[in-house]
Design a protein around this ligand. Structure first.
Ligand SMILES: NC(=O)c1ccc[n+]([C@@H]2O[C@H](COP(=O)([O-])OP(=O)(O)OC[C@H]3O[C@@H](n4cnc5c(N)ncnc54)[C@H](O)[C@@H]3O)[C@@H](O)[C@H]2O)c1
Ligand SMILES: O=C(O)C1=N[C@H](C(=O)O)CCC1
Length: 254
């Protein structure tokens, strides 16, 4: 259709990329444009054929892909993990260089499932009321990165809300080899499980003397991510979010 948003998918043969290609074909007001695989030249994706590119590839490739798409004048919705402050600042700089009328957008979300986004928000709200908080993420064994992008995001959100509330550091009497205590992200311990049969799951454990709160999000199927991806495409295509935006909660009235 004439006014449809033209959406190209980078990483189109992957688990997420192929799900996005199918979701786009069924979505109102969107037209699938190019399906780019690892063997293709990303240079083919331009504003002549694409309004928004959706990028689901691998952590080692995503920064390069996003910078190239920005250089080519294309706005991007990114679901690939592996982002840190240094990489985000490279994207911000690339966007600033190009900014002007009709300026471009990059949107990055570690998780597009509403259950995960809400778990993150609830965990950050709850964290200052508890002495201890730890994050456990559980995923399918084909996942390349650990801990998950979502768990890093959650740990940072917990640390930030505890920092603002001036909470004391969490008690931990572990001595000697601390490898089994997981990765420490901004002072929050994050544990990664890889298990056949799982898809994408996260649990936040919050403890006080004599009580525990568990906040858990389960994505049983990749269909759980699709409404969030389509929402992000619509928001980015609207032109209302120029520059870099991180996190699906931006678009939700939480
Ligand atoms: N944000 C979310 O909600 C969400 C949900 C699920 C997965 N993820 C993340 O998305 C990423 C992809 O996950 P997946 O399960 O689809 O992985 P996958 O391995 O199934 O797919 C990745 C695809 O990218 C392709 N690829 C690699 N380098 C490329 C390049 N330079 N250009 C184009 N294509 C390239 C690979 O050939 C593969 O087909 C991971 O980082 C994962 O953590 C995010
Ligand atoms: O399947 C994956 O890989 C997922 N990756 C994201 C992460 O690392 O947080 C989101 C959930 C699924």
């Amino acid at each position: 259709m004439g006014n449809d948003i033209r959406v190209s998918v980078v990483g189109a043969q992957g688990r997420m990329g192929s799900s996005v290609v199918s979701a786009l074909a069924a979505a109102e007001g969107m037209t699938p444009a190019l399906a780019v695989t690892a063997d293709d030249d990303l240079g083919v994706v331009t504003p002549d054929n694409t309004d928004v590119a959706v990028e689901f590839t691998v952590p080692d490739a995503t920064l390069g892909n996003v910078l190239k798409l920005v250089e080519q004048g294309v706005s991007v919705v990114v679901g690939t993990t592996g982002w840190d402050d240094g990489k985000l600042s490279q994207v911000r700089k690339a966007l600033e260089k190009r900014s002007g009328p009709g300026s471009q957008s990059v949107f990055i979300a570690p998780n597009f499932a509403i259950s995960a986004v809400l778990a993150d928000v609830f965990a950050a709200k709850a964290a200052p009321y508890f002495t201890s908080a730890e994050v456990i993420e559980l995923h399918h064994p084909d996942k390349l990165d650990a801990p998950s992008g979502t768990a890093i995001h959650t740990a940072r959100a917990i640390a930030s809300s505890r920092g603002q509330a001036r909470c004391a550091s969490m008690p931990d009497g572990t001595q000697g080899n601390t490898a089994s205590r997981g990765q420490v992200v901004d002072g929050v311990h994050v544990h990664a499980v890889r298990l056949e049969g799982l898809n994408a799951h996260e649990e936040v454990l919050l403890g006080n003397a004599g009580e525990q709160l568990v906040i858990r999000a389960d994505s049983f199927d990749r269909s759980s991510f699709m409404p969030g991806v389509l929402l992000a495409v619509r928001k980015i295509a609207s032109g209302d979010y120029p520059g870099l935006t991180v996190g699906l909660d931006t678009f939700l009235d939480l």
